[in-house]
Design a protein around this ligand. Structure first.
Ligand code: ADP
Length: 374
């Protein structure tokens, strides 16, 4: 028996009606973070915090309906508290036309954070997290108050890459204190979710953890928050792209055709939810031999530039395949901080400058409209 597909689960849930208005939980956009692991399914059902008790029956109905599907042996549904803006603000946003191509209202901004940008990739292992942490450190080095949020549910690697461990503390019992590396505030799934916890629990938890990490972390005033997205273009990624008020997305790809195919999917995913693409970074672009200095294009070269041209997005940077980048990244010492005078660090600094300028530029103002709370 094959694994149930997310689409099949959607179809089943489209039959489960909310008691208040007979709209289905899918129509109401309540379902997020569907995770399928063999015969086990898990997802979150977003409800207003005050309704959690009343909607327990709805939660159970969703669980039972999915459990009854062929190929499913267990289903876990968790209720997570919705944190949308008040209805009058939602209505005003809709009047202002801040809607994505799918018709959803833009998610609310996070107080104190001027801009949130996603670093994303169509698939894992292309150097997304390495790029994200070096970009964040680069932005900090340029004087921007910067944070980085590791939302990579499949393998939170920022604690390792930033050389951080331990659980965040809380001074007031409400807001978590982020950890810090080189002046960059860091929050990661890896600080909150036990690595041994099976994925089936992690998927739904992640949706609420992401909202919590955005809103319940003492970020303070930030000019920019870099979000290291989970790799891929599935349901979890799409939900995150929708839920986080993103000023833009940076797509990381390696030059091979196969990786670029996934990068295109990532571009399309962000476009679907109306998030501006800031551009593409080609990582592992070429190998510069540390001994003879010769440049070898191991994975071919220039594919990301062509992809950027085709999709009419900016080509942001080419980062070499380099042993020092790997060693510093995996050793918890981002190269921008630990070896700032190297050409590799300079490549990330150029990227950081481009992103800073884009955030200051007119397109950023358009992408991140100021919301006036009357
Ligand atoms: P992702 O976030 O896309 O899964 P990572 O940033 O975790 O990718 O990188 C995967 C591996 O590749 C890590 O071991 C990292 O150190 C290494 N790596 C990333 N970028 C480079 C690069 N430009 N040169 C050499 N190694 C790199």
């Amino acid at each position: 028996m094959n694994e149930p597909t997310v689409e099949a689960i959607h179809r089943v849930l489209a039959e489960i009606r909310h008691p208040d208005d007979e709209k289905s939980v899918i129509e109401r956009g309540m379902v997020s973070g569907i995770v399928v692991k063999g015969k086990n399914v898990g997802f979150a059902l977003e409800v207003p915090a005050a309704d959690a008790q009343r909607l327990e029956t709805l939660r159970r109905a969703c669980e039972d309906a999915v459990k009854a599907m062929a190929g499913v042996s267990s289903c876990t549904v968790v209720l997570t508290a919705e944190r949308g803006p008040p209805p009058e603000i939602q209505a005003r946003r809709q009047q202002q036309g801040q809607q994505g191509q799918q018709g959803q209202a833009a998610p609310p901004g996070v107080p104190g954070i001027a801009a949130i940008i996603a670093v994303a990739s169509g698939k894992g292992g292309v150097g997304k997290s390495t790029t994200a942490i070096n970009l964040a450190c680069g932005l900090r080095a340029l004087g921007l108050r910067t944070g980085i949020l590791d939302a990579d549910i499949y393998g939170p690697s920022l604690p390792r890459m930033a050389g951080l461990s331990g659980r965040p503390t809380t001074a007031d019992g409400k807001k978590m204190q982020p950890l810090e590396v080189a002046g960059v505030k860091v929050m990661s799934m890896g600080f909150l979710v036990d690595e041994e916890t099976p994925m089936i629990w992690r998927g739904p938890m992640v949706q609420s953890a992401l909202t919590q990490m955005l809103n319940d972390v003492a970020w303070g005033e930030l000019d920019v928050l870099v979000v290291d997205m989970p790799p891929g273009t599935g349901d979890a990624q799409l939900t995150m792209a929708q839920k986080v008020p993103l000023a833009g997305a940076v797509i990381v790809s390696t030059p091979q055709d196969i990786a670029l195919l996934d990068a295109r999917k990532a571009i399309n995913m962000f476009r679907r939810v109306d998030v501006p693409i800031m551009g593409i970074v080609e990582n592992m672009s070429y190998f510069a031999c540390p001994n003879c200095g010769q440049r070898t294009e191991i994975f071919a070269h220039g594919g990301a530039k062509t992809c950027a041209d085709t999709y009419n997005v900016d080509f942001l940077a080419e980062i070499p395949l380099d042993i020092a980048i790997r060693e510093t990244s995996d050793g918890g010492q981002p190269i921008v901080v630990s070896r700032p005078d190297t050409p590799q660090a300079a490549a990330y600094m150029d990227l950081a400058r481009t992103i800073r300028d884009k955030l200051r530029g007119p397109s950023a103002a358009k992408a991140f409209p100021k919301i006036v709370y009357a």
